[in-house]
Design a protein around this ligand. Structure first.
Ligand code: BG6
Length: 477
């Protein structure tokens, strides 16, 4: 078997709004995720414009990393983690997003977190924006719809680069930036929440607005990458998408073309802009189909060229079938729908499990861009049960083993794979449903959907298994 390269970044990933808690501690401002209630697979969470006393807001405490970071990072260290992907809460640094200077107490929190990582030899990988924005800024500008948001983001990004460049080498500008294009992901990806209160699956923004908001994010990302390259050349800047492997439902040529278009629109559109520095050749066709007319200001296209990333990354959870045949919308992902693939099984939340799709995704991506690739999210959201103080999550081990095997094969194919950070390494709040019971971690957190729980951390069986995998650099699966 081929070995993963030396220095492979084995680890796990979290996001501030799903993990950190401390939602109003030490000067932190309210973020849009702090206005989201809990929900379930069948009942969408709500976005509210005020905090309602009779509702539960899971981000407020979440897994309380804010007060458990030492214990948590020690556990990651015990597993042998080489890399910990986490996001910074923008509203902890700039509470309303509009201040001129950052909140020192917020900066100090992440200093402590990164120092702790360094103590255990863990490389932090920072997502600058993971599905959140200060609520006041979102309200004023309707999220990313306004160009003004670009300047606010760049001020925030520069402040954290200035502060942490000697502690953090790897950066991602936006989580799953392509979700701005998808109807089910637009609210979290673009923060366009002004004047909306209700179930988040009923908020709908026009394609014109979503593509315009995305253009502003591209410009903000490129300006940040350029700033980092000019000032901190030792930092490696990356982009990230939610990779959706789309297979033709049949060998009908119409289905083949549908799948090709799906891949262009959902995967390559954003990657081309952030990796090649220009809108793809098919952009005009895409905009026309969606009746989008972008407002691109002088200098925007230059900045896109000047701010291309050093590595690319993606989350990978599932594949979908597209085309004329098959059951319509039978697969619900967190951000998209697709058709059922009779060869695959699905998780309890209906996500199709397709390890070979990961090898396919890695090869397709590397073939197109030839820069290092990293898998920064992957995992199985499942119900875990504590039996005699242990969690026997054999199903999670099986899932991870199969996906890691396919990464190994992709490496053998020749893909330059930098690392793997599985999602939600310590249990956290689900982004789609706001549930705690949809668990991904190797470490169980005693916290439940009704907000109760001691927050105690418990090592699952997958903890010991992943520890061996990392220690053997992927040989012992
Ligand atoms: C990704 C997001 O889309 O999927 C994460 O980047 C999210 O924030 C993850 O948590 C899993 O989705 P969910 O809905 O199961 O939490």
């Amino acid at each position: 078997m081929y070995m993963f390269k030396e220095g492979f970044l084995w680890g796990g990933a979290t996001a501030a709004n799903q993990f950190e808690g401390g939602w109003n501690a030490d000067g932190k401002g309210v973020s849009i995720s702090d206005m989201c209630t809990n929900g379930s697979r069948d009942e969408a969470k709500w976005f509210t414009q005020a905090i309602h006393a009779d509702r539960l807001y899971p981000s407020h405490e979440a897994s309380d990393f804010y007060h458990h970071y030492k214990e948590d990072i020690a556990l990651l260290g015990e597993m042998g983690y080489k890399c910990f992907r986490l996001s910074i809460a923008w509203s902890r640094i700039f509470p309303t997003g509009m201040e001129e200077t950052p909140n020192e107490a917020g900066l100090q929190f992440y200093d402590r977190v990164f120092d702790e990582c360094i103590r255990y030899g863990i490389e932090p990988l920072v997502t600058i924006s993971h599905y959140e924005m200060p609520f006041e800024l979102a309200r004023k500008n309707n999220g990313w719809l306004s160009r003004e948001t670009i300047g606010c983001y760049v001020r925030y990004a520069e402040a954290i680069l200035d502060r942490y460049h000697d502690k953090v080498k790897y950066w991602i500008t936006f989580n799953e930036i392509n979700c701005a294009q998808m109807l089910m992901g637009d609210i979290v990806a673009t923060s366009m929440i002004r004047d909306f209160e209700g179930p988040i699956d009923t908020i709908r923004r026009t394609e014109q607005d979503r593509y315009q908001a995305l253009h502003h994010q591209f410009v903000a990302s490129a300006r940040t990458v350029k700033y980092a390259h000019e000032n901190y050349p030792e930092c490696k800047m990356g982009n990230m998408t939610a990779f959706l492997a789309a297979y033709p439902g049949t060998c009908n040529p119409t289905d083949i073309l549908t799948a090709q278009r799906f891949m262009q629109d959902d995967n390559w559109y954003c990657n081309d802009v952030q990796i090649k520095g220009e809108y793809p050749y098919f952009a005009e066709r895409l905009w026309k189909e969606h009746q989008v007319s972008l407002s691109i200001e002088d200098g925007d296209l230059n900045i896109l060229k000047e701010g291309t990333v050093d590595f690319t990354s993606f989350s990978y959870y599932m594949s979908v079938c597209v085309g004329e045949s098959g059951e319509e919308n039978s697969i619900g992902g967190n951000l998209t729908n697709g058709k059922k693939n009779p060869y695959l099984k699905a998780s309890d939340w209906g996500w199709q499990i397709d390890p070979e799709g990961l090898r396919y995704a890695l090869n397709e991506t590397y073939d197109r861009y030839r820069i290092p690739v990293m898998v920064v999210e992957n995992g199985l959201g499942a119900f875990d049960e504590i039996v005699d103080g242990r969690v026997h999550d054999i199903y999670r081990i099986d899932y991870m083993r199969e996906h890691i095997r396919q990464m190994e094969l992709a490496t053998e194919d020749g893909v330059d794979l930098m690392g793997y950070t599985c999602w939600g390494c310590i249990d956290l709040v689900s982004a789609t449903t706001g549930e705690m019971r949809k668990r991904y971690g190797q470490i169980f957190v005693d916290k439940y959907d009704d907000g109760t729980g001691s927050l105690e951390r418990i090592r699952k069986d997958s903890f010991y298994w992943y520890q061996k995998v990392i220690c053997s650099n992927g040989k012992e699966l």
